[in-house]
Design a protein. Structure first.
Ligand SMILES: [Zn+2]
Length: 142
């Protein structure tokens, strides 16, 4: 068994390890989407402090801007950008379709809520009628 002091030490060293791992995790590069032409383009990376990983070459971390810019010119990177662009239109269409579905579902939900409220009102009315008639029955017995 660990003593309390040892336990605290362990937790602290775990935390330090975790914090160090977090701070050394490289950022993932994302090309920017040009909204007018709807195509992906390379975009300037400001911070190389944690290193940057390009999804086209996940095994490599770039720490210097010039080597990353050289990477942009590589066949592998160009091919990856071209692939993104070939599919960009499909992604865009999918998003549009999903938005339409969400809108329809929201309308349905509102409609159902309204129906539910109306039924509540009807139930309340029927209940009050029931109470009224049963109290009339009671007075009728006298
Ligand atoms: Zn790349």
């Amino acid at each position: 068994m660990f003593t309390k002091h040892q336990q605290h030490k362990n937790i602290f060293s775990c935390y330090t390890k975790f914090a160090m791992e977090l701070s050394t995790t490289p950022d993932t590069y994302v090309p920017k989407m040009d909204t007018e032409s709807k195509t992906y383009m390379d975009q300037y990376v400001f911070n190389f402090e944690n290193g940057i990983v390009c999804p086209c070459t996940p095994m490599k971390t770039f720490y210097r801007r010039d080597s990353f810019h050289t990477h942009w010119k590589s066949a592998r990177h160009r091919k990856w950008l071209a692939y993104l662009n070939e599919n960009a239109h499909n992604y865009y269409r999918e998003t549009q379709e999903q938005q339409t579905t969400i809108k329809t579902q929201q309308q349905l939900l509102t409609e159902m809520e309204t129906q539910l409220k109306q039924k509540d009102v009807i139930i309340h009315y029927l209940e009050s009628q029931l109470r009224l008639s049963s109290s009339l029955d009671m007075t009728g017995l006298d």
